[in-house]
Design a protein around this ligand. Structure first.
Ligand code: SF4
Length: 365
Protein backbone atom coordinates (compact mmCIF):
# COMPACT_ATOMS: atom_id res chain seq x y z
CA UNK A 1 0.00 0.00 0.00
CA UNK A 2 1.26 3.45 -0.85
CA UNK A 3 1.55 6.05 1.88
CA UNK A 4 0.91 9.72 1.38
CA UNK A 5 3.49 12.18 2.67
CA UNK A 6 1.42 12.90 5.79
CA UNK A 7 1.29 9.18 6.67
CA UNK A 8 5.04 8.75 6.86
CA UNK A 9 6.56 7.71 10.18
CA UNK A 10 8.10 10.33 12.45
CA UNK A 11 11.19 12.08 11.06
CA UNK A 12 13.56 11.03 13.87
CA UNK A 13 15.26 8.25 11.88
CA UNK A 14 16.24 8.50 8.24
CA UNK A 15 16.63 5.30 6.24
CA UNK A 16 20.31 5.71 5.53
CA UNK A 17 21.40 7.81 8.50
CA UNK A 18 22.73 4.72 10.31
CA UNK A 19 25.19 4.00 7.49
CA UNK A 20 27.92 6.61 7.09
CA UNK A 21 28.11 7.54 3.43
CA UNK A 22 31.31 6.98 1.48
CA UNK A 23 33.50 8.33 0.01
CA UNK A 24 34.27 11.03 2.52
CA UNK A 25 37.68 12.66 2.54
CA UNK A 26 39.80 15.28 0.80
CA UNK A 27 39.72 16.80 -2.68
CA UNK A 28 42.98 17.70 -4.41
CA UNK A 29 42.40 21.39 -5.24
CA UNK A 30 42.54 24.03 -2.50
CA UNK A 31 39.77 26.43 -1.56
CA UNK A 32 39.50 29.56 -3.70
CA UNK A 33 37.01 32.29 -4.43
CA UNK A 34 35.62 31.68 -7.91
CA UNK A 35 33.35 33.80 -10.14
CA UNK A 36 29.77 32.65 -9.84
CA UNK A 37 26.70 34.20 -11.31
CA UNK A 38 23.14 32.96 -11.04
CA UNK A 39 21.22 34.26 -14.00
CA UNK A 40 18.23 36.35 -12.89
CA UNK A 41 18.72 35.51 -9.20
CA UNK A 42 20.69 38.47 -7.81
CA UNK A 43 22.63 36.35 -5.34
CA UNK A 44 26.35 37.00 -5.78
CA UNK A 45 29.36 37.68 -7.99
CA UNK A 46 31.55 34.91 -6.55
CA UNK A 47 31.21 31.71 -4.58
CA UNK A 48 33.20 29.72 -2.06
CA UNK A 49 32.62 25.98 -2.13
CA UNK A 50 34.58 24.21 0.60
CA UNK A 51 33.69 20.72 -0.64
CA UNK A 52 32.70 18.63 -3.61
CA UNK A 53 29.36 16.98 -2.79
CA UNK A 54 26.82 17.66 -0.09
CA UNK A 55 25.64 15.24 2.57
CA UNK A 56 22.20 16.84 2.84
CA UNK A 57 21.44 14.98 -0.38
CA UNK A 58 18.38 16.98 -1.46
CA UNK A 59 16.62 14.99 -4.18
CA UNK A 60 15.87 18.06 -6.31
CA UNK A 61 19.42 19.48 -6.06
CA UNK A 62 20.69 21.16 -9.23
CA UNK A 63 24.39 20.82 -8.35
CA UNK A 64 25.06 17.54 -10.21
CA UNK A 65 23.83 19.23 -13.38
CA UNK A 66 25.92 22.39 -12.92
CA UNK A 67 29.16 21.05 -11.48
CA UNK A 68 29.43 17.54 -10.01
CA UNK A 69 28.82 15.73 -13.30
CA UNK A 70 31.68 17.69 -14.86
CA UNK A 71 34.01 16.30 -12.19
CA UNK A 72 33.02 12.70 -12.93
CA UNK A 73 36.49 11.45 -14.04
CA UNK A 74 38.15 12.72 -10.88
CA UNK A 75 35.25 11.62 -8.66
CA UNK A 76 35.64 8.12 -10.06
CA UNK A 77 39.07 7.92 -8.43
CA UNK A 78 37.30 8.56 -5.12
CA UNK A 79 34.87 5.70 -5.74
CA UNK A 80 31.98 7.78 -7.11
CA UNK A 81 30.75 6.03 -10.24
CA UNK A 82 27.70 8.22 -10.93
CA UNK A 83 27.88 11.75 -9.41
CA UNK A 84 24.19 12.37 -10.06
CA UNK A 85 22.72 9.08 -8.84
CA UNK A 86 25.06 9.02 -5.83
CA UNK A 87 24.40 12.65 -4.93
CA UNK A 88 24.30 12.98 -1.13
CA UNK A 89 26.70 10.07 -0.52
CA UNK A 90 30.03 11.81 -1.07
CA UNK A 91 31.82 14.80 0.39
CA UNK A 92 35.40 15.74 -0.44
CA UNK A 93 36.81 18.72 1.43
CA UNK A 94 39.18 21.13 -0.23
CA UNK A 95 42.65 21.62 1.28
CA UNK A 96 43.52 25.00 2.82
CA UNK A 97 46.40 26.93 1.27
CA UNK A 98 46.33 30.47 2.58
CA UNK A 99 48.44 31.94 -0.24
CA UNK A 100 46.16 30.46 -2.88
CA UNK A 101 43.10 31.77 -1.10
CA UNK A 102 44.57 35.26 -0.64
CA UNK A 103 45.47 35.44 -4.33
CA UNK A 104 41.88 34.67 -5.28
CA UNK A 105 40.65 37.18 -2.69
CA UNK A 106 42.81 39.97 -4.11
CA UNK A 107 41.72 39.11 -7.63
CA UNK A 108 38.06 39.30 -6.66
CA UNK A 109 38.44 42.47 -4.61
CA UNK A 110 40.20 44.30 -7.44
CA UNK A 111 37.64 43.40 -10.08
CA UNK A 112 36.26 46.68 -11.49
CA UNK A 113 32.54 47.19 -10.99
CA UNK A 114 32.19 47.41 -14.77
CA UNK A 115 33.15 43.73 -15.00
CA UNK A 116 30.67 42.61 -12.35
CA UNK A 117 27.02 41.75 -12.65
CA UNK A 118 24.65 44.60 -11.91
CA UNK A 119 22.77 42.55 -9.35
CA UNK A 120 25.60 40.67 -7.63
CA UNK A 121 26.03 43.13 -4.73
CA UNK A 122 29.82 42.44 -4.80
CA UNK A 123 28.96 39.42 -2.72
CA UNK A 124 30.66 36.07 -2.22
CA UNK A 125 28.17 33.25 -1.72
CA UNK A 126 28.90 30.61 0.94
CA UNK A 127 28.07 28.32 -0.89
CA UNK A 128 26.68 27.55 -4.33
CA UNK A 129 27.39 23.83 -4.74
CA UNK A 130 27.41 22.54 -1.16
CA UNK A 131 26.24 23.54 2.31
CA UNK A 132 28.93 25.49 4.23
CA UNK A 133 27.69 24.24 7.63
CA UNK A 134 27.16 20.50 7.48
CA UNK A 135 28.24 17.69 9.74
CA UNK A 136 30.76 15.35 8.11
CA UNK A 137 29.79 11.76 8.91
CA UNK A 138 32.45 9.07 8.90
CA UNK A 139 32.57 5.59 10.43
CA UNK A 140 35.90 6.34 12.14
CA UNK A 141 35.28 8.91 14.93
CA UNK A 142 38.86 10.20 14.79
CA UNK A 143 38.63 10.81 11.04
CA UNK A 144 35.20 12.40 11.48
CA UNK A 145 36.64 14.77 14.08
CA UNK A 146 39.57 15.70 11.84
CA UNK A 147 37.32 16.34 8.83
CA UNK A 148 34.83 18.39 10.83
CA UNK A 149 37.64 20.48 12.32
CA UNK A 150 39.09 21.02 8.86
CA UNK A 151 35.70 22.01 7.42
CA UNK A 152 35.22 24.53 10.21
CA UNK A 153 38.68 25.96 9.65
CA UNK A 154 37.96 26.46 5.93
CA UNK A 155 34.86 28.50 6.71
CA UNK A 156 36.22 30.49 9.62
CA UNK A 157 39.59 31.36 8.08
CA UNK A 158 38.13 32.38 4.74
CA UNK A 159 35.60 34.64 6.48
CA UNK A 160 38.31 36.23 8.60
CA UNK A 161 40.47 36.95 5.56
CA UNK A 162 37.56 38.36 3.57
CA UNK A 163 36.68 40.61 6.51
CA UNK A 164 40.23 41.80 7.15
CA UNK A 165 41.74 41.99 3.63
CA UNK A 166 38.92 43.04 1.32
CA UNK A 167 35.83 45.20 1.00
CA UNK A 168 33.73 42.37 -0.45
CA UNK A 169 30.33 41.36 0.87
CA UNK A 170 29.29 37.88 2.01
CA UNK A 171 26.03 36.01 1.51
CA UNK A 172 25.58 32.88 3.64
CA UNK A 173 23.11 30.26 2.41
CA UNK A 174 22.65 27.13 4.49
CA UNK A 175 20.15 24.59 5.78
CA UNK A 176 22.09 23.89 8.95
CA UNK A 177 21.77 25.16 12.54
CA UNK A 178 25.50 24.46 12.87
CA UNK A 179 25.91 28.03 11.59
CA UNK A 180 24.87 29.27 15.03
CA UNK A 181 28.27 28.59 16.53
CA UNK A 182 29.78 31.11 14.08
CA UNK A 183 27.27 33.90 14.67
CA UNK A 184 29.72 36.18 16.47
CA UNK A 185 32.21 35.84 13.59
CA UNK A 186 29.42 36.46 11.06
CA UNK A 187 28.27 39.51 13.04
CA UNK A 188 31.82 40.91 12.95
CA UNK A 189 31.32 41.57 9.21
CA UNK A 190 28.48 43.98 10.05
CA UNK A 191 26.48 45.16 7.05
CA UNK A 192 28.83 43.35 4.71
CA UNK A 193 27.12 40.04 5.50
CA UNK A 194 23.61 38.68 5.03
CA UNK A 195 22.58 35.33 6.49
CA UNK A 196 19.97 33.15 4.85
CA UNK A 197 18.48 29.70 5.01
CA UNK A 198 16.57 27.58 2.52
CA UNK A 199 13.15 26.82 3.92
CA UNK A 200 10.79 25.40 1.27
CA UNK A 201 8.16 24.20 3.76
CA UNK A 202 7.48 23.85 7.49
CA UNK A 203 6.13 20.33 6.93
CA UNK A 204 8.88 18.15 8.40
CA UNK A 205 7.56 14.91 6.90
CA UNK A 206 7.49 16.40 3.43
CA UNK A 207 10.96 17.91 3.93
CA UNK A 208 12.30 14.52 4.98
CA UNK A 209 11.21 13.03 1.67
CA UNK A 210 12.78 15.72 -0.49
CA UNK A 211 15.75 16.66 1.73
CA UNK A 212 16.49 13.36 3.47
CA UNK A 213 19.52 14.36 5.54
CA UNK A 214 19.04 18.10 5.97
CA UNK A 215 18.08 19.52 9.38
CA UNK A 216 14.35 19.86 9.99
CA UNK A 217 12.40 22.98 9.02
CA UNK A 218 11.74 23.71 12.70
CA UNK A 219 15.48 23.76 13.38
CA UNK A 220 16.02 26.10 10.45
CA UNK A 221 13.31 28.47 11.60
CA UNK A 222 14.82 28.59 15.08
CA UNK A 223 18.25 29.27 13.52
CA UNK A 224 16.84 32.18 11.53
CA UNK A 225 15.28 33.59 14.69
CA UNK A 226 18.59 33.19 16.52
CA UNK A 227 20.37 34.95 13.67
CA UNK A 228 18.07 37.94 14.03
CA UNK A 229 18.64 37.97 17.78
CA UNK A 230 22.40 37.90 17.10
CA UNK A 231 21.99 41.09 15.05
CA UNK A 232 22.46 39.55 11.60
CA UNK A 233 20.58 40.74 8.51
CA UNK A 234 18.49 37.77 7.49
CA UNK A 235 16.92 36.58 4.25
CA UNK A 236 15.00 33.39 3.47
CA UNK A 237 14.90 31.23 0.35
CA UNK A 238 11.50 29.54 0.22
CA UNK A 239 13.06 27.41 -2.43
CA UNK A 240 12.52 25.18 -4.07
CA UNK A 241 8.94 24.53 -3.02
CA UNK A 242 7.60 21.08 -3.86
CA UNK A 243 4.53 20.23 -5.95
CA UNK A 244 2.85 19.13 -2.69
CA UNK A 245 3.25 22.65 -1.21
CA UNK A 246 -0.30 23.91 -1.66
CA UNK A 247 -1.62 27.34 -0.78
CA UNK A 248 -2.06 26.60 2.92
CA UNK A 249 1.47 25.20 3.15
CA UNK A 250 2.92 28.24 1.39
CA UNK A 251 0.86 30.60 3.57
CA UNK A 252 2.10 28.91 6.73
CA UNK A 253 5.71 29.28 5.62
CA UNK A 254 5.30 32.91 4.55
CA UNK A 255 3.61 33.84 7.84
CA UNK A 256 6.39 32.22 9.87
CA UNK A 257 9.03 33.89 7.73
CA UNK A 258 7.31 37.30 8.05
CA UNK A 259 7.76 37.12 11.82
CA UNK A 260 11.55 36.95 11.34
CA UNK A 261 11.47 40.22 9.37
CA UNK A 262 13.82 39.16 6.55
CA UNK A 263 15.24 41.71 4.12
CA UNK A 264 14.43 39.44 1.16
CA UNK A 265 12.26 36.37 0.57
CA UNK A 266 13.32 34.40 -2.49
CA UNK A 267 11.05 31.83 -4.06
CA UNK A 268 11.14 29.27 -6.83
CA UNK A 269 9.50 25.89 -7.48
CA UNK A 270 11.53 22.80 -8.44
CA UNK A 271 13.07 23.21 -11.86
CA UNK A 272 14.04 20.24 -14.00
CA UNK A 273 17.81 19.70 -14.05
CA UNK A 274 19.74 16.63 -15.22
CA UNK A 275 18.49 13.63 -13.22
CA UNK A 276 16.77 15.42 -10.35
CA UNK A 277 13.28 14.23 -11.31
CA UNK A 278 14.57 10.64 -11.55
CA UNK A 279 16.05 11.03 -8.06
CA UNK A 280 12.72 12.29 -6.71
CA UNK A 281 10.89 9.36 -8.30
CA UNK A 282 13.39 6.82 -6.94
CA UNK A 283 13.09 8.31 -3.47
CA UNK A 284 9.29 8.19 -3.57
CA UNK A 285 9.37 4.56 -4.73
CA UNK A 286 11.85 3.54 -2.04
CA UNK A 287 9.59 5.05 0.63
CA UNK A 288 6.36 3.79 -0.95
CA UNK A 289 5.09 7.37 -1.03
CA UNK A 290 2.90 8.97 -3.67
CA UNK A 291 4.34 12.26 -4.82
CA UNK A 292 3.04 14.63 -7.48
CA UNK A 293 5.77 13.73 -9.98
CA UNK A 294 3.15 14.04 -12.73
CA UNK A 295 3.98 17.78 -12.79
CA UNK A 296 7.36 16.88 -14.32
CA UNK A 297 5.90 14.59 -16.98
CA UNK A 298 6.16 17.10 -19.84
CA UNK A 299 7.62 20.58 -20.21
CA UNK A 300 4.08 21.97 -20.34
CA UNK A 301 3.10 20.17 -17.12
CA UNK A 302 6.19 21.55 -15.40
CA UNK A 303 5.57 25.11 -16.68
CA UNK A 304 1.99 24.98 -15.38
CA UNK A 305 3.15 23.79 -11.96
CA UNK A 306 5.99 26.34 -11.83
CA UNK A 307 3.79 29.27 -12.79
CA UNK A 308 0.96 28.34 -10.46
CA UNK A 309 3.45 28.04 -7.61
CA UNK A 310 5.08 31.41 -8.36
CA UNK A 311 1.71 33.13 -8.73
CA UNK A 312 0.36 31.56 -5.56
CA UNK A 313 3.36 32.72 -3.53
CA UNK A 314 3.08 36.19 -5.04
CA UNK A 315 -0.57 36.45 -4.04
CA UNK A 316 -0.15 35.02 -0.55
CA UNK A 317 2.91 37.20 0.11
CA UNK A 318 0.77 40.28 -0.62
CA UNK A 319 -1.96 39.00 1.69
CA UNK A 320 0.39 38.37 4.60
CA UNK A 321 2.17 41.70 4.12
CA UNK A 322 5.57 40.70 2.70
CA UNK A 323 4.93 41.35 -0.99
CA UNK A 324 7.49 44.16 -1.04
CA UNK A 325 10.27 41.78 0.02
CA UNK A 326 9.34 38.93 -2.28
CA UNK A 327 11.91 38.18 -4.96
CA UNK A 328 10.64 35.54 -7.37
CA UNK A 329 12.99 33.40 -9.43
CA UNK A 330 11.10 32.29 -12.55
CA UNK A 331 13.27 29.82 -14.45
CA UNK A 332 14.59 31.14 -17.81
CA UNK A 333 12.65 28.29 -19.48
CA UNK A 334 9.44 30.09 -18.49
CA UNK A 335 10.41 32.76 -21.00
CA UNK A 336 10.30 30.37 -23.94
CA UNK A 337 8.11 31.32 -26.86
CA UNK A 338 5.79 28.37 -26.25
CA UNK A 339 5.14 29.35 -22.63
CA UNK A 340 4.77 33.07 -23.43
CA UNK A 341 2.30 32.36 -26.23
CA UNK A 342 0.22 30.09 -24.02
CA UNK A 343 -0.48 32.92 -21.55
CA UNK A 344 -3.81 34.79 -21.65
CA UNK A 345 -1.93 38.12 -21.93
CA UNK A 346 1.55 37.42 -23.34
CA UNK A 347 2.72 41.04 -23.11
CA UNK A 348 1.74 41.39 -19.46
CA UNK A 349 3.34 38.03 -18.75
CA UNK A 350 6.61 39.05 -20.37
CA UNK A 351 6.62 42.31 -18.42
CA UNK A 352 6.12 40.34 -15.20
CA UNK A 353 9.04 38.04 -16.09
CA UNK A 354 11.28 41.02 -16.82
CA UNK A 355 10.37 42.63 -13.49
CA UNK A 356 11.33 39.44 -11.65
CA UNK A 357 14.53 38.93 -13.60
CA UNK A 358 15.78 42.51 -13.33
CA UNK A 359 15.17 42.86 -9.62
CA UNK A 360 18.24 43.60 -7.47
CA UNK A 361 18.07 41.91 -4.10
CA UNK A 362 18.23 44.01 -0.95
CA UNK A 363 21.46 44.65 0.90
CA UNK A 364 21.70 46.34 4.32
CA UNK A 365 23.23 49.82 4.29
S1 SF4 B 1 21.81 21.70 0.74
FE1 SF4 B 1 21.94 22.71 -1.28
S2 SF4 B 1 23.81 21.87 -2.22
FE2 SF4 B 1 23.24 20.52 -0.53
S3 SF4 B 1 22.02 18.92 -1.46
FE3 SF4 B 1 20.59 20.47 -0.68
S4 SF4 B 1 20.22 21.86 -2.43
FE4 SF4 B 1 22.08 20.64 -2.91
Amino acid sequence: MKLTASQLPSPSVTPSSAQPPIPIGHWHRPLEIVPSRFKHKSLCDWAINPAIGCLHGCEFCYVPSVSANKLAPRLLSHGVTDPDREWGDYLLLRPWKEKVFLTSLRRADRTPQSELSRDGNRAILFSSTTDPFQVVRHQDPAVARQLNDHFRHLIRRSLELIRDYSSLNVRILTRSPLAKREFSLLASLGNRLVFGMSLPTLDSRLARIYEPHAPSPAQRLRTLQAAREAGLSVYVAIAPTYPECDESDLRRTLEAVRDIDPITIFHEPINIRAENVARIRTRAESLGVSLRTDVFETRTDWANYALSSLQCVEQVAEEVGVGDRLHLWPDPALGSLAVVRSQPDPAAYQAWLERCWSRISEWPR
